[in-house]
Design a protein around this ligand. Sequence first.
Ligand SMILES: Cc1cc2nc3c(=O)[nH]c(=O)nc-3n(C[C@H](O)[C@H](O)[C@H](O)COP(=O)(O)O)c2cc1C
Length: 377
Amino acid sequence: MSPYPPGAEELGRGPVLAPRDLDLDALERDARAQLGEMAYAYYSGGAEDERLITENVGAWRRIGLSPRVLVDVSEISTTTTVLGEEVMHPVLVAPTAIHRMATPDGELATARGAARAGTVMTLSSLSNTVLEEVAAAGGGAPQWMQIYVLRDRGRTKDMVERVAAAGYKALVLTVDAPVSGLRSREIRGGVHLPGDLELPNLAHAAAARAQRDGFMAVVSREFDPSITFDDIGWLAEVSGLPVLIKGVARGDDAARSMESGAAGVVVSNHGGRQLDDAPATADVLAEVVDAVAGSGEVFVDGGIRRPSDVVKALGIGAQAVMVGRPVLWALATGGDDGVAGLLTWFAHELRRTMALCGTPSIQDIDRSVLDASRSPG
Ligand SMILES: Cc1cc2nc3c(=O)[nH]c(=O)nc-3n(C[C@H](O)[C@H](O)[C@H](O)COP(=O)(O)O)c2cc1C
């Protein structure tokens, strides 16, 4: 039986039918008007000069596709698996913090929207809703939980055990934030956690700090900057869950993650919020896929804005992609309907791109779909 709400299975297969248009720039403008300047600055901002945010998008644009013709594409299937769980399409929700700044239901709305769209939501440990309630809102759809190793290892262990008990299917350990990036826009805009919001997965002091000093202070005071590859095995053991290492940007780090007990990696630069001079994710995905060499699953996020970006990522060798900011714009403008609508648009128009590429199933998408004259590496 499908773990998704009735109707979600329809998303995974069928012919290419009526087009669906979605203008993500207009969605962002509408969201900005809804959110107000402080919340918009938090969601949209990045580190330093914010060049990497633009680079992430541009790097996918620079990769070309090489369509095959005269393939029977009357039926297209976008269904696939992620860490053994079936999803209706390979577009997952990236972990992003503080959803109650976008909509009163916050992460509950995101979880409902992702479940209706037949895909995995990754809950940020910096959520405004306690992890058990978000698990319940997913109604049995597979969910993952993003964690940081906190300076307080006892609290980290407690959280990880609760994550497993609540039914999450994987831990996503974020490793690209040993300290916070320099978020100039946050500093200049006085971005902070509104006084009526909590960070219930962390200690109460963390929320008080985020209200008083902003989010950079939380990263630097709560997260343990001493973690190394040796901690991966501990997390896998304590949780009994597969652990994905998020924030990997090099082949050698990916290989060491796998040797240290990870189930896979997420190629990510935190949406350009940490080191502005890090590479765009599209540019390092192939190196990471080659280093992992089938020993686990590789995911990627950063600048994925079009269904064609999804085909490019899968062509290079990703198992699935994650989307960050567009989900926040959808959440701010439409709550759970907005999130379901965004993800359904990706699924629907992914089918069209797959038909145009001559790849009727996800398994058909490999490096031969990439235009060799406009591909990374
Ligand atoms: C507002 C915001 C908050 C984020 N919070 C987290 C977080 O709590 N944990 C984490 O691992 N990544 C976090 N990220 C990074 C995302 O998981 C993801 O890597 C990034 O947003 C992907 O890029 P995109 O926004 O271009 O799609 C955050 C990103 C944004 C925009």
